[in-house]
Design a protein around this ligand. Structure first.
Ligand code: ZN
Length: 89
């Protein structure tokens, strides 16, 4: 058991819980630390739209990556199954 890792995770979770989603851009920020959202306060409407668009694309990319990982896991599973079947015959 890695106690240090758990403590670090708990601290991170605590930080995350302090954060609130920005009404304008939807990204999380800490209202006790920043009066205004650090992500979009300096942006105009055009910049905000670009930021939201970028976030959407990143999200899409993460979804793609998830699919790739699932596929790789599936291939490894199949290979192990084939190996196991060929040994038992
Ligand atoms: Zn914002």
């Amino acid at each position: 058991m890695n106690i240090g890792g758990i403590v670090a995770r708990a601290a991170l979770l605590k930080e995350q819980m302090k954060k609130r989603p920005c009404k304008r851009c939807g990204l999380l920020y800490d209202p006790t630390k920043d009066k205004r959202c650090p992500h979009c306060d300096h942006l105009d409407q055009k910049g905000l739209e670009a930021l939201i668009e970028k976030r959407k694309r990143e999200h899409q990319g993460n979804k793609q990556l998830g699919k790739v990982f699932f596929f790789v896991a599936l291939v490894i599973f199949m290979l192990m199954l084939i190996l196991w079947l060929s040994q038992s015959i």
